[in-house]
Design a protein around this ligand. Structure first.
Ligand code: MTE
Ligand code: HPA
Ligand code: MOS
Length: 771
């Protein structure tokens, strides 16, 4: 089944927020953001802006009727700055004008008197000064302090990763209008409709029942609209509430880039102990997360970093500590992988460093330490249905790791300047919100009297294909054609108290609810058929819209069945609730069973570095992925390709740079480079690992949204291996992204103590290149 949205997207017919017809009298909003990263707000000069053409009203913190607070996990974030500003671009005032250009022009006339306060951008500095968002967390297994004595090798080091801009194609935005009875309806580009509803109600000082959020689809979210769509939804609603007119607020790209948070940069210290035969014995790691100026989702992201600190390896003695550090950057937030990639980058760096020092290939260490059934994760969950070894072996068999490595070595022997590197990137990712309570969902299914079906869930379509999956689940469960099923917008009045569409769990949670509702409806209809046609209920089923009795066509089909049921006053609507079974987590012990299941896979990544220019290509990614029993293989393959390329971008070219004043320097697409068609590896092999899937996964098709991003980490280590093929004496530090500049610095930056380049057979031409 194809992604049902594809044709509409290609024809330009799909409706996004900006396509919603604008009502007469709509005001357009633009936001004045703080020009300084930290300071005391002494006064705002709004007069010139008030007099500007088309300006109707300017709102500040004083105009908020309810609470000036949008913090989700920790109440530490104002919607509009009150007495202080905490990051550059923090919303301070909302200009409402007759047109969007007028609103934006007026914003430029606003100035503020701000008394500057010290600015922190470095998480280690924040931690040293006690600037923590939440108390630190530590996960423990075994006794690392005692285990060091048994280790034949102990490796220590530091690893750093940068942030990442989400770059959803559709920028943040909302369109709000007053409704009958003093309420407000908000069309929001959000992954979390209930979050927007809750915080809007809080800001307006009203009940959630007076705030309706509706979402058609997003032009991408990638985590950036899990929490951070709330600001714009609440601001538009505030405008509508105060002026009693519709208010539309859509960020321009530049404002979106500088005002919103991104993937968290981390800096981390590691210590890894190995036995003589390359078994990982002990691991200590300290993560410093750059949370930005407010909590946002940082504590949850931090937690997932700890959950994935050992990636797909068993280490019997672990101590992993994580600090969420408050700085004066825009609050960082969810981004595909949700802290997992940051944790996994550090263990992979530690293994790479161990490989350097022991003179072995990293994959020799990786291979020997893969998780096995019966072991335990540091957070107490037992390893079950583990496909780590299976996916590694399948990748090895299909792509012939040893032979491939030999080819790379042979290439490097005869190629003086261009060098290749190969890396293996196995992954293990836990599926479920790590906050147990969030693992619930509801679905509302109506069968109309003509046999067509309307389905509402809490799932938000953001390009990942969840609508197509929901339709498929409904059609299969009812035994009808997907053409009869329509997926409605995501609306808080039809499905309430939703968890955000996130954690890769949207299809599982909402799909299970759809399945339950449809099963109930099918049962009800077949009981009616049994009575109506005086048949045995046992053995009745619906297949391809035909009712079958003991496998043979009965006197009725789907349309007749629905119609007669209606006339017999059978209820044709159902609302179902699903909660993932057997989940729990005890934060006082940092132990529990937080995940419904895990997703595994193994990628082989080859890169070629031009050691004269520092440029490189990621030539090939060949991977085996554990989809379970995929029922939408086209969509799922697309998720692998998109996630992988997004991970490659993070590891190679996407470089966010803030200066010491907390100003984002890479604040445009001319200075922030994301992967394009030419960055996609020429060879991109995605093989489906044959596994039974998991009963907690929808129709046994495992969640696929986030895990593939982490295959991208392989590119970092493939490039690093290629650099070392040119200069084996060099030990590149672990600092992602590995930009071409960093490749050059690693190859040529003066190193007094460095031994002569080991490529001693290098030609004279090459030697002169090095000078
Ligand atoms: N794919 C597309 N095309 N657009 C997106 O915004 N978001 C990713 C992933 N794939 C995203 C995407 C993220 S961060 C998550 S958590 C999952 O999709 C969410 O959807 P799912 O739970 O249905 O997998
Ligand atoms: N993953 C993604 N998003 C989330 C999570 C999680 O574990 N918890 C809260 N939001
Ligand atoms: Mo995804 S980062 O869980 O929205």
């Amino acid at each position: 089944m194809h992604n049902l949205d594809a044709a509409g997207h290609v024809r330009g017919e799909s409706q996004y927020l900006d396509d919603i017809p604008v009502q007469r009298g709509t005001l357009h909003a633009a936001v004045y953001g703080s020009p300084l990263a930290h300071g005391k707000l002494l006064s705002l000069n709004l007069e010139a802006a008030r007099r500007a053409p088309g300006v109707v009203r300017i709102l500040t913190a004083q105009d908020i009727p309810g609470e000036n607070q949008i913090g989700g996990i920790v109440p530490d974030e104002e919607l509009l700055a009150g007495s202080h500003v905490h990051f550059q671009g923090m919303p301070v005032a909302l200009v409402l004008a007759e047109t969007e250009p007028q609103a934006r022009a007026a914003v430029k006339l606003i100035t503020a008197d701000i008394e500057p306060l010290p600015i922190i951008t470095d998480p280690r500095e924040a931690q040293a000064k006690g600037e923590l968002i939440v108390p630190p967390r530590t996960f423990r297994l075994g006794d690392p302090a005692a285990a060091w004595a048994e280790c034949a090798h102990i490796i220590e080091g530091t690893a750093e990763n940068g942030g990442q801009e989400h770059l959803y194609i559709e920028t943040q935005g909302a369109y709000a209008y007053p409704t009958d009875g003093g309420g407000v309806r908000v069309h929001s580009s959000t992954q979390g409709p209930t979050a927007v509803q809750r915080h809007t109600a809080r800001v307006l000082g009203t009940g959630m029942h007076k705030v309706e959020i509706d979402v058609t689809r997003l032009g991408g979210g990638f985590g950036g609209k899990e929490d951070q769509a709330t600001t714009w939804g609440a601001l538009a609603a505030l405008g509508a509430f105060v002026t009693k007119k519709p208010v539309k607020l859509v960020l321009g790209r530049h404002d979106d880039l500088r005002m919103t948070g991104k993937r968290h940069p981390y800096t981390s210290d590691f210590k890894l102990g190995l036995s003589a035969d390359l078994k990982l014995l002990a691991y200590e790691v300290t993560f410093y997360q750059n949370a930005g100026a407010a909590a946002d989702l940082s504590p949850a992201v931090l937690e997932r970093t700890l959950f994935h600190a050992c990636n797909t390896y068993f280490i019997p003695n672990v101590r992993a500590t994580a600090y969420s550090c408050r700085t004066h950057l825009p609050p960082n937030t969810a981004f595909r992988g949700f802290g997992g990639p940051q944790g996994m980058f550090v263990i992979e760096s530690a293994i790479a460093k161990a490989a350097d020092e022991l003179g072995v290939l990293a994959w020799e260490i990786q291979r020997r330490n893969l998780l096995q059934d019966g072991q335990v994760f540091p957070y107490g969950q037992r390893v079950e249905d583990c496909n780590a070894e299976l996916s590694w072996q399948a990748a090895d068999q299909k792509f012939e790791l040893k032979k491939w490595q030999a080819e790379v070595d042979a290439f490097n022997q005869q190629s003086p300047v261009r060098k290749r590197g190969l890396a293996v990137m196995p992954i293990c990712f836990g599926i479920s919100f790590t906050k147990t309570a969030m693992n619930q969902a509801r679905a509302l299914v109506h069968i109309y009297t003509d046999g067509s079906v309307g389905v509402s869930t809490g799932a938000v379509e953001m390009g990942q294909g969840v609508n197509t999956k929901m339709i498929q689940v409904a059609a299969r469960t009812l035994g009808i054609s997907p053409k009869r099923v329509r997926l409605e917008t995501t609306n808080t009045t039809r499905v309430a108290n939703t968890s955000p569409s996130a954690a890769s769990a949207t299809a599982d949670l909402n799909g299970k609810a759809v399945e339950m509702a449809c099963r109930e409806l099918r049962t009800r209809l077949l009981r009616h058929a049994a009575e109506d046609l005086k048949m045995n209920y046992e053995g009745l089923e619906i297949q391809d819209e035909q009712v079958l009795a003991a496998g043979k066509p009965a006197e009725t089909n789907w349309e007749k069945l629905v119609s007669t049921a209606y006339w017999k006053r059978v209820n044709l609507s159902e609302n179902a609730h699903y909660a993932t079974p057997d989940l729990w987590f005890d934060q006082t012990q940092e132990k529990g069973h937080p995940f419904a299941y895990h997703v595994y896979g193994t990628a082989l990544v080859q890169a070629t570095v031009d050691a004269m220019r520092g440029t490189y290509d990621v030539d090939a990614v060949r991977l085996v992925h554990d989809f379970g029993q995929s029922f939408t293989p086209g969509i799922d393959r697309g998720q692998i390709e998109g996630g992988l390329v997004q991970g490659l971008g993070w590891m190679t070219m996407e470089e966010l740079i803030y200066n010491q004043d907390g100003r984002l320097l890479s604040n445009a697409l001319s200075t922030y480079k994301v992967p394009d068609l030419y960055s996609v590896p020429k060879v991109l092999d995605v093989e489906f690992l044959e596994t039974p899937g998991h009963p907690n996964a929808i129709l046994r098709a495992k969640a696929v949204g986030e895990p593939p991003l982490m295959y991208g980490l392989g590119a970092y280590f493939a490039i690093r291996n290629a650099v070392r093929a040119f200069r084996p004496d060099v030990r590149p530090e672990f600092s992602a992204p590995f930009t071409p500049e960093k490749v050059l610095l690693n190859l040529y930056a003066a190193r007094e103590s460095a031994a002569a380049p080991a490529a001693s057979q290098a030609s004279g031409a090459e030697a002169s290149v090095r000078n």
